[in-house]
Design a protein around this ligand. Structure first.
Ligand code: SF4
Ligand code: SF4
Length: 435
């Protein structure tokens, strides 16, 4: 066992209200600069939707991430070593500015200088790239205005994979929010695809960073990252990405997005994992087994054997205790309520999600309230408005049973807490029912 420490995050999607405070505060802190106007290290997507950059989940189109090669070994999607070498001298496969969005400001002077008139003056958008007036056709969260609309569903790469029957269901409009940062993957394909060796994973906490001095602007990392969470600064000619706010984390304060999150839905902390098993786990043949494979490499920080191995590996006592206090391992491995985003990309992502249970109103009872007791919740999981199939394509490579299991636990917990909060005797059958 070769123990390493990794910074991770779990986000509880039921609590995200889509306020974008996280995105705005992150931008103010990290990308409020020339050359990265279009960049959001943290963005919040409305689902269903195409995401940012749009259709980034279409892996055939963008060729990011890893795949299991013919000999069973993990290889970059760009294929053989020769192909990768040739690709260095050709253009990287990457989204255009139109796929991210053309950043703009407004002609505020038309407001401040407008004479008194019959109609309210309008501030027209102006491109931050060309300084010319523009029509806005797409942006980092354009889907927010289109949640569930049939025309939107045509281009959603996740929806494309699931059945027509489920697509029809989308006409019963619903939406939920998916905040995204770099996954600080345990097996990062951005680093593997960099010809200059400029991207590295910090040994002490697994944070993935770009060495700005070594970066030569090849942009193969943009191709290599399946989550499209690494960006090109067109002013400096270098790649940039989320740093997990390492200067803040190093002095014991949380990331900007976590600290400012209105929903208080982001849990961050250290986890320990077995580095010897990473590639084997990432090469698991069946996509649907990747969730279990990734969980299996995370180590129980309370296990004396793990503690001993961690100390031998030079991990500090502080870090081990931090892993023991961290909620990340518990949410992933003990309670089994957190799921990885697109485990089938095989990069071993370390930002996990508790899937959204809502809305359950009306699906459960004729009182109009959500499940009053655990029996109702268990019965209604199949008829929730957010199709379990859609969540499964996001979080479990299509395994609906896993998602249903998590939703049942969340429903049971909600019911149990309601009883406690109302001073009613708690229903002890819940513990038995969820196993
Ligand atoms: Fe690299 Fe982050 Fe992309 Fe993972 S999500 S491949 S660490 S840029
Ligand atoms: Fe969601 Fe929190 Fe971001 Fe608001 S600040 S959009 S609640 S993750």
């Amino acid at each position: 066992m070769r123990v390493m420490a990794q910074m991770g995050m779990v986000m509880n999607l039921d609590k995200c209200i889509g306020c974008h405070t996280c995105s705005v505060t992150c931008k103010q802190a990290w990308t409020n600069r020339s050359g990265v106007e279009y960049v959001w290290f943290n963005n919040v997507e409305t689902r269903p939707g195409q995401g940012y950059p749009r259709t980034y989940e279409d892996q055939e189109k963008w060729r990011g991430g890893w795949q299991v090669g013919r000999n069973g070994r993990l290889q970059l999607r760009t294929g053989s070593r020769l192909k990768r070498l040739l690709q260095i001298f050709s253009s990287p496969v990457q989204p255009s500015i139109n796929d991210y969005y053309e950043p703009w400001t407004y002609d505020y002077e038309t407001l401040t200088n407008a004479p008194v008139q019959e109609h309210t003056p309008v501030a027209r958008p102006r491109s931050l790239l060309t300084n010319k007036p523009m029509n806005i056709e797409w942006s980092a969260n354009w889907d927010d205005n289109l949640g569930g609309a049939p025309e939107l569903t045509q281009d959603d790469p996740v929806l494309k994979k699931i059945s027509a029957e489920i697509k029809d269901k989308f006409e019963q409009t619903y939406m939920f929010y998916l905040p995204r940062i770099c996954e600080h993957c345990i097996n990062p394909s951005c680093a593997a695809s960099c010809p200059s060796g400029a991207i590295y994973k910090r040994e002490e906490d697994g944070i993935v960073l770009v060495d700005q001095d070594r970066c030569r602007g090849w942009r193969q990392c943009v191709t290599g990252c399946p989550y499209k969470k690494i960006y090109f600064n067109h002013r400096t000619g270098k790649a940039e990405k989320c740093t997990f706010c390492f200067p803040r984390v190093e002095v014991g304060i949380p990331t900007v997005c976590s600290e400012t999150c209105v929903g208080r839905l982001r849990y961050i902390g250290i986890v320990l994992y077995d580095a010897d098993k990473v590639l084997e786990a990432a090469s698991t043949p069946d996509d649907r087994d990747l969730y279990a494979a990734q969980r299996s490499i995370l180590l129980d920080p309370h296990d004396p054997e793990v503690i001993r191995a961690a100390e031998q590996a030079g991990i500090s006592r502080d870090w081990i205790e931090s892993a023991q206090r961290s909620p990340i391992y518990a949410l992933i491995n003990r309670f089994e309520v957190a799921l990885p985003l697109h485990p089938e990309y095989r990069t071993m992502p370390m930002v996990w999600y508790i899937p959204p249970l809502s809305p359950v109103v009306d699906a459960l009872t004729d009182t109009g309230h959500d499940g009053e007791d655990v029996g109702n919740i268990f019965g209604a999981i199949e008829s929730l408005r957010i199709p379990v199939e859609y969540l499964a394509e996001l979080f479990t490579a299509g395994d609906t049973n896993l998602v249903t299991g998590v939703l049942k636990k969340l429903g049971a917990m909600r019911s149990y807490m309601r009883d406690l909060n109302l001073g009613r005797p708690a229903d002890e059958s819940i513990a038995t029912a969820i196993g």
